[in-house]
Design a protein around this ligand. Structure first.
Ligand SMILES: Cc1cc2nc3c(=O)[nH]c(=O)nc-3n(C[C@H](O)[C@H](O)[C@H](O)COP(=O)(O)O)c2cc1C
Length: 259
């Protein structure tokens, strides 16, 4: 198996960087090959814009979709994007390591997805969802650290339900074909760089949990999503299709107006 670890954290001694390093070791000791893409170290530019495209379809008006499609079709994708797609193509498993920032991923990782998951090369209307997506057959999981403690991320927690917070990220990965495994969640991580100790006391338990998660990957049940056959012509969930998430559910019939 070949693994790719995508790390989105600006500090080399952070818990996130340590988790990525530990994951690399754990994968490798099982006889697998693994590469780490450290987005900050690579200086990845997360801003999608016309400057990246040397051979524009339209030099007067920048449409990201138009230029992504044109560059995919003409083999002129930006070198960093083409390189990232090659990295994913080589991998059987992709792990994303990042801290929760404002209920989402850090901007550098969001921008990596904006730029790398290109229309044309990575998805089209006939090449998408877990059954027809380009990256089908590959597995992925998120390893996310949070500042707030675990109870705050429960269904009734003040930080919001983490399963729902992560759903849009999971759905995007499923949209391009990945089989999405349950995330590793490291809660209540408080960095203490002022004391020269860049990470919390919980570091060793986070690293142990990571090793357990990696060792259990083969037995983890993938998160379920709808497939291409579940949508009607308008793109709505067919009445007989399953619903796996409050984000995509059967609309309740509108009750008669009592007045
Ligand atoms: C810009 C920013 C936004 C953050 N947003 C959240 C958040 O929405 N929820 C949360 O629990 N923690 C949040 N945090 C705390 C980070 O998740 C926490 O510091 C990180 O997971 C610790 O890992 P690290 O030591 O590797 O940086 C935020 C931190 C920063 C810097």
């Amino acid at each position: 198996m070949h693994g790719l670890i995508v790390l989105a954290h600006p500090e080399k001694n952070s818990l996130n960087a340590q988790l990525a390093g530990a994951a690399r070791e754990r994968f490798a000791c099982g006889g697998n090959t693994v590469e780490v893409l450290d987005l900050y170290e690579a200086g990845f530019d997360p801003l999608e814009c016309g400057d990246h495209y040397g051979c524009r379809a339209n030099g007067a008006f920048f449409s990201a979709l138009t230029e992504q499609r044109h560059a995919s079709d003409t083999g002129t994708l930006p070198a960093d994007v083409a390189g990232a797609i090659d990295q994913i193509d080589r991998a059987d498993l992709v792990m994303f390591q990042f801290p929760l920032w404002w209920w989402s991923m850090p901007a550098i990782l969001k921008g990596w997805i904006d730029r790398v998951f290109v229309w044309g090369g990575v998805y089209t209307s006939s090449m998408r969802y877990c059954d027809r997506g380009r990256f089908r057959g590959k597995r992925t999981f998120l390893s996310v650290t949070t500042g707030a403690p675990e109870p705050a991320f429960g269904p009734d927690g003040r930080a919001g339900n983490l399963d729902m917070i992560l759903w849009p990220i999971h759905f995007g990965l499923s949209y391009v074909g990945f089989e999405v495994l349950p995330p590793l969640r490291s809660f209540g991580v408080i960095s203490d760089s002022a004391q020269g100790s860049p990470i919390s006391d919980g570091t060793s338990s986070c690293l142990s949990a990571l090793n357990r998660h990696i060792d259990a990957l083969e037995s983890l049940e993938a998160i379920r999503f709808n497939t291409s056959a579940d949508w009607d012509r308008e793109g709505r969930l067919r009445p007989d299709a399953p619903s796996f998430s409050p984000f995509i559910r059967h609309a309740r019939p509108i009750s008669a107006d009592p007045s």
